[in-house]
Design a binder for this molecule. Structure first.
Ligand code: UD1
Ligand code: CA
Length: 455
């Protein structure tokens, strides 16, 4: 397999506009499971260790800018004259001894195993394609066989006669052929068909006529090679993808209260006995430790959760590390560059940004903690605010182990509350608070005897 793939070039066709998407965005830049369609296909193709070419045209700069990080070579197709014409643009780049696999950018669910089967069966020199049988073949290329079952040609819907249109075996769009053949066949394609396009699919007929056997590989399921032409199909594929992803996780020990009501938009790794309630969105890189419970309506992006963590309803966490046994929410917001040590408790309407919170500390209600380092066993009273911004710069707040911050206090940074210090509630603290002492900074309470209610 590896030896074979050394001589493999993969071309991904992505120059079309996708008119039926009704969008300013090129079709392949629409998202499925949090990734663009093109990125999904490229990531699948990447696993083949081949040279990757993407043929782009409509919205080309957008495509390149969005996918800068992908290991591909970009080839522009200036006029959209058909799939055969698209592949022709790459011909000058293709080594003569390479096998060339063509994929379509709008079929994001294709599996690498299927591609490997096609590569293996054609043995670095044959011609082949991936087909499937569908209930409704409308719009797709039909596969024509002779009486012995040999593939003869592909007929596009618009060129097919009534009998041919009844054929339910269709072309997935995935085709493989040696570069040496493509270099002679493609320049000779003609566009005398209903769409006046140069069809890549015509090479199948050409091969058959030259007595070159055309191998066909059946996709694992029709869903695997379904293409996207409009937003209805995109939404259907999204659900198929979500079902696959949730089923993978269920087999790894995750309980979904309802797998139809979650969205997985990233790479999720988990321990066993994880429970995820409805309307949870997991994005980016996620790790969920053993026995973790995520309540309803939570959004987590790039988050690591330790073991036995409980995330209660309506919590949002981004770019954070949460250690074992933390309890967060309901209605908490943990922003980037935050880490919570073991057993931390973060309650409702608490926002934490770019802060480290020590073991067993409690921030139970209504607080803003930003640019802070908080030690172990600290108690942050309701309504505590770290005033971290002077209008120009951000400043740090340090709260050492065992400190107790009374409710409704403001800590004007830069500032340190030392070990075991107590801050009286309602204080505005502007200077460091010494260890193990009570510091209060608020106006003294007075009652005005002469006061009279206004008449
Ligand atoms: C194509 C196949 C059809 C197959 C179907 C599966 C041809 C002639 N037909 O039809 O047999 O059943 O895919 O989905 O190949 N593209 C370019 N440049 C072009 C034209 C298209 O890059 O000039 C790209 C599109 O962006 C798209 C892919 O090629 O990613 C397929 O093109 P599309 O027009 O969707 O072909 P279909 O009519 O679906
Ligand atoms: Ca298509």
């Amino acid at each position: 397999m590896n030896e074979l793939s050394l001589k493999l070039s993969v071309i991904i066709l992505a120059a079309g506009k996708g008119t039926r998407m009704q969008s300013n965005l090129p079709k392949v830049l629409h998202h499925l499971g949090g990734q663009t369609l093109l990125e999904r296909v490229v990531n699948t193709a990447k696993q083949l260790n081949a040279n990757l070419y993407v043929v782009y045209g409509f919205g080309g700069e957008d495509i390149k800018n969005n996918l800068m990080h992908l290991p591909v070579q970009w080839v522009k197709q200036d006029a959209l004259l058909g799939t055969g014409h698209a592949v022709m643009q790459v011909l000058p780049h293709l080594p003569i001894d390479h096998q060339v696999l063509v994929l379509v950018g709008d079929s994001p669910l294709v599996k690498v195993e299927t591609l490997k089967r096609l590569i293996e069966i054609t043995q670095n020199e044959g011609v082949g394609l991936v087909t499937t049988e569908v209930d409704d073949p409308t719009g797709l290329g039909r596969i024509l066989h002779d009486q012995t079952g040999k593939v003869l040609e592909i007929v596009e819907e618009k060129d097919a006669n009534t009998e041919q249109r009844k054929i339910r075996e269709i072309n997935s769009g995935i085709i493989i052929a040696p570069a040496k053949h493509l270099k002679t066949w493609l320049p000779n394609l003609r566009n005398n068909n209903a769409q006046e396009e140069y069809y890549l699919t015509d090479i199948i007929g050409i091969a058959a006529k030259q007595d070159i056997y055309v191998h066909s590989v059946l996709a694992e399921s029709p869903q695997e090679v379904l293409g996207i032409n409009d937003r209805i199909q995109l939404s259907k594929l999204e659900r198929i993808f979500q079902k696959q992803e949730t089923e993978k996780l269920m087999l790894q020990g995750v309980t979904f209260r309802d797998p139809n009501r979650v969205d997985l938009r990233g790479e999720v790794k988990t321990g066993i006995d994880v429970t995820i309630d409805v309307n949870v969105i997991l994005a980016g890189k996620i790790y969920l430790g053993e026995n973790t419970v995520i309540g309803p309506n939570c959004y987590l992006k790039n988050v690591t959760l330790g073991k036995n963590v409980e995330i209660k309803a309506n919590t949002v966490i981004e770019d954070a590390e949460i250690s074992d046994k933390c309890v967060i929410g309901p209605f908490a917001r943990i922003r980037p560059e935050t880490s919570l040590a073991e057993g931390t408790k973060v309650g409702n309407f608490v926002e934490i940004k770019k802060s480290k919170i020590g073991r067993g500390s409690k921030l139970s209600h209504l607080s803003y903690i930003g640019d802070a380092i908080i030690g172990d066993e600290v108690n942050i009273g309701a309504g505590t605010i770290t005033c971290n911004y002077d209008g120009v710069r951000k400043h740090q707040t340090i709260i050492e182990d065992g400190a107790f911050i009374g409710s409704d206090s403001q800590l004007v940074a830069p500032i340190t509350v030392e070990k075991g210090a107590y801050i009286g509630s309602g204080s505005t603290i502007t200077q460091n608070a010494p260890a193990n002492k009570l510091t209060i900074a608020r106006a003294r309470q007075v009652t005005i005897d002469k006061w009279k209610k206004p008449e």
